[in-house]
Design a binder for this molecule. Sequence first.
Ligand code: MG
Length: 325
Amino acid sequence: MAGARPGGEGFSLSEPEIIRRYFLDRASGGDDVIVGIGDDGAILRPPEHADLVVSVDMLVAEVHFGREASAEDIGYKALAVNLSDLAAMGAEPAWATLALALPAADEGWLDGFSRGFLELARRHGVKLVGGDLTRGPLAIAVGVYGFVPRGTGLRRTGARPGDLVYVTGTLGDAALGLLISQGRAETEEIFWDHLNARLYRPAPRIAEGLALRGRASSAIDLSDGLVSDLGHLLAASGAGATIDIDSLPLSPAVQAVGDARTRFELALAGGDDYELCFTLAPGSHITLESTSAHCIGRIEEQAGLRFVRADGTRFVPGSAGYRHF
Ligand SMILES: [Mg+2]
């Protein structure tokens, strides 16, 4: 990890000590990492005949996570949201970099954060190869690096009229979990664990992204909600879509929400689900069981996103998903 040593008041440990204690011993090496953490830069060996896929995301306290989030959950989620972007590109994750701004070298916080981060890293064979540490308001920037066989990366641009629209998993769980954690909604206790896991421990759909490589005509991950993210995909593809509201996959927890409009709003506009939304040309085969995917609509020539109920009536969502600015 290169960069300025934080030092000064608030940091009793030096940057190298922090890295050694919380990140170095627990980060794994391997044939592809010639030089990892500890030098001015990492020296990495990409596989032959592969395209490198790079993504970076920033998480800021009070914007991306509240005070109630544990350090371990923040560490986990900081990597998970980045791996979700690699999943949307069909990439197999390889490496990560981490830049942290911390108000103080709180050892309990660092221990929890690194445990959450490295737990998920290990699960996906991701090696932490470098980063930076500085003093400042809590902010986390994670970079991830993955590979696809040359020319096979998934994009947002390939959806064509007639293609079918799919989503993996279920929608709206993280948004419902957030409302409950803020005391703005209630649910039965049997759903708490599921909703907390969906909010704080999203599972990046890496295996699904790999299965879609060379098959899906387009793909995106759902970080800001279906309306917003599918809107990005449609704009990039120069197409529109009609979505069948009654075919949206909902978990038992979201199904238990009494009011139908609230259920649909959670599924359409709720962010943080980190499922994949993708399109398939009609007749293209894919083992849909392996992607846990549901067909929710169809791509059309007419621009824009339209929603219909099973009985054919139109549905107009009240909000359009998370807006960053
Ligand atoms: Mg994304």
